[in-house]
Each structure stands twice: as C-alpha cells, then as structure tokens.
Design a protein around this ligand. Structure first.
Ligand code: PLP
Length: 402
C-alpha cells in the first residue's frame, strides 16, 4: 500500500476515523448496528437481544408481511433474481408495467415510472428536466437526494427558508421570465416530521408558472385517510406535476417512482440517464411493492392505526416535557442539543432496550442534535406508552429532561 499521510483524501479519512473511534471508545457509537431478526413489526433482535424498534420507516408495519413475502418469492420463481438489463432495452418485465399502473392508480395520475431507488429517482427527475438556463427552488430542509439532483442539473439552484412561502415567493419573483422554474419540496421533512404547506406552495407555483415536484418518501402510506399522500391530506387533486416517492419506507421493498402526466413520464423513460443506463428493479422487489400497494388499499385501517399511534407518541412525549419541534407525523424528533447529549441519550435508550438513533451535525444544524424516533402501525398502544416512559427515564438520566 502506498502511504500518503498528508494528502487531503488521507486527512479526510483520518478525521472521520478519529471521530468515530472516539465515540466507540466512549461507548457512544450506535450506527450500522446489524439487526439479525424481525420479531413482528415492532421488535427486532440486535446483538442477540430483543429490542423495541423505534427507528423503522416501515410505517404501516408491512415489513415481513406474509403476503408480500409470498409475492416476492413467486416473482423469483417466475422471472429469476434479476432482469435482462436496463429498462429501455431488455430489462422491462410485465411486472414493472403492472407496478407502474398500480402506482399511477394509487396516485391518481395518467402514468408512472420506476427507478432503482428513491435517491436515484430524485437525481433522475431534476437533472433530466432542468438545464443550465433553468431555475430550481427548494426548501432549505429538503432531502439530500433532491439537493444532489438540483446540483447535478446545472440549473440555478436557490433555497427558501424552511416552509416559508413568503420567502419562496420572493425567489419566484426573482427568476427570469424566460427560464423554466421547478419548485421541489419534501411532503414530510425527514429530520423534523413536519408537513409542507402544500396549498400555499401550489397556488404560488400556479401564479408564477412554475412546475411542482413533491417527494412523498414519508407521505405515501402515511398522510391522508387512506394513505394516498399529501394531496389527500389537504383535500387537493391534480395539484402536483411530479409526485415522487419510494418503495423503501411504508412500502417494504426498494426502488423509487415518479407519477404524473403521460407525456412527462414518457419523456423521462426516453431521457433519464438512470433509466437508460442502470439496471431495472429486480423482480421480487417490484412484486413486493405491488403487493404492498394492494394491501394498503385493502386495509386502510393500518393508516388509521398509524395516525393514532403517532398522536399517542407525540402527546406522550410532549407531556413529559420533551421538545418534539414541529412534528405532526410518525417521524418524531426529540431535541437533545449538543451532539454528545444526543449520543448519550441514544446509549441510555439502548440500555433500556429501545432501538432508536441520533441525528447530529452536519445532517442537522449544530446545537439541534436529536433522537429521531418513529412509531408505526405495528406498535401496540401499550408499547408506545412504555416507550414514552423509558424515553423520559433516559432523558432525565442524561439531562435532556430536568
Ligand atoms: C429515504 C428518502 C429518499 C431516498 O429513498 P431511497 O428509496 O431510500 O433511496 C428520498 N427522499 C426522502 C425525503 C427520503 O426520506
């Protein structure tokens, strides 16, 4: 091995090593923990020990559902474990088209297209639609994959203050008349659990002739009485040009989609580089996603239970005195302050048998490190009440609560 101790890459590697080594030595490192077993939807086995799961995105408790697992196995029997390549050439299966039709129906659009992850979907949408002469405007707290799509597009990239539509309007006014404008926002913000003010954003986009893209990673299956997402939540229809989402959260698979007008989806199918130059979704994952959509439609009571559980969790934490910021969903930040305090809070929770993880700088601003706890439809109300008690005990032991 060549030794290059002083070049910038080596220095960056060493800095990260050092940060995590210091955490490990102080027994504060809880990232990348291998889960060895699912025990129902609300418990997992980690390091041989069963723990309550409070860090899962499987909002509807569908991970491990026998019908979804059976659909995936059947797809392997029928199609094998991969495809013949990229979608545009020999990679498209009947299964992909069925999945896309199912999403289009669920999202009430003319068509939909899938990609191999949600991350790649955001890159694909923004970098394919926009170029150097265009303007893309995003919320300051947008997910990293939206940010990366904006950067990759080469468009002018402006950001407005979080969920502040007056600031958004200021930027829309500033954009040149001749430029195409895209407004890209998260439906539910993944670090904070709050919801974008969609009605106000929609009316601004209409007034200024901007396209609107909404990332529903934490909205599909979560918002709205039937889990159809943010439009259902606000009682809007046909308000969003590009409805993007993933198969990695409420839907227990992997992959991403965008739903919208037929011509727009066809444009992406023939122009998006991740569609043209990267392999199709594997058959079991496509089949699992399709089966999960069917289950959500057949069993809307899961969505109802999720809403009840998140309400119970949020109100319990607030009454213990925790600062849960502006969360209105199943993503519940528990503000800790400095990074170290969030790590200590994590350790206290793990010692009490709760699997939960911290988010620290630079993912969130310095001083606003937090636990990001989630609840799902799979939790029993009694489990949630117990979790609130344990969090309060942990909070008092590390000084997050007085
Ligand atoms: C998780 C997430 C993504 C990425 O989705 P993957 O399918 O996991 O790649 C995109 N946007 C948001 C808001 C997310 O939370």
């Amino acid at each position: 091995m060549v030794n290059r101790p002083l070049d910038p890459i080596s220095i960056r590697i060493a800095a990260v090593q050092e940060r995590f080594q210091r955490l490990t030595e102080r027994r504060l490192y809880y990232y990348n923990l291998p889960v060895s077993e699912l025990r129902g939807g609300s418990r997992v086995v980690v390091g041989g020990r069963e723990m309550g799961m409070y860090a899962s995105y499987s909002y509807l408790g569908l991970l491990g559902h026998p019908r979804i697992a059976a659909a995936a196995k059947k797809a392997v029997d029928q199609f094998g474990t991969g495809t013949h390549g990229v979608r545009l050439l020999a990679g498209t299966l009947t299964l992909h088209r069925e999945l896309e039709a199912a999403i289009a129906a669920f999202k009430e659009t003319e068509d939909a297209v899938t990609f191999s992850s949600g991350y790649v979907t955001n890159l694909a949408i923004i970098s394919t639609l926009l170029g150097r002469r265009d303007v893309v405007i995003g919320d300051k707290l947008n997910h990293a994959s939206i940010v990366d799509g904006c950067l990759q597009s080469g468009a002018k990239f402006w950001r407005f203050r979080h969920n502040d539509t007056r600031d958004l309007e200021r930027l829309l006014r500033r954009a040149p008349r001749s430029a195409s404008k895209l407004v890209a926002v998260d439906a539910v913000f993944s670090m904070d659990g709050d919801i974008i003010d969609l009605p106000a954003v929609v009316s601004l986009c209409r007034r200024y002739g901007a396209w609107l893209m909404v990332d529903e990673a934490h909205s599909l299956g979560v918002l709205g009485q039937h889990g159809h997402g943010i439009e259902e939540h606000f009682g809007l229809r046909d308000a969003i040009d590009l409805k993007m989402g993933t198969f990695s959260k409420a839907i227990p698979s992997v992959g991403g989609y965008v739903a919208g007008r037929k011509d727009l989806i066809s444009y992406l199918r023939h122009s998006a580089r991740p569609y043209i130059f990267s392999a199709a979704l594997p058959p079991p994952q496509a089949a699992a996603a399709k089966e999960a959509l069917a289950l959500i439609t057949e069993e809307p009571e899961r969505v109802e239970r999720l809403h009840q559980n998140s309400g119970l969790f949020l109100s319990g934490l607030k009454s213990e005195g925790f600062d849960t910021m502006f969360s209105q969903t199943a993503i519940v930040p528990i503000l800790c302050g400095e990074d170290d305090r969030a790590f200590e809070m994590t350790r206290a929770c793990h010692e009490l048998g709760m699997f939960v993880l911290p988010v620290v700088s630079p993912a969130v601003p310095e001083g606003s490190a937090r636990l990001r706890a989630t609840v799902t439809a799979a939790h029993e109300p009694a489990e949630i009440e117990r979790a609130v008690e344990l969090l309060a005990r942990a909070g008092r032991s590390v000084g997050v609560l007085r």
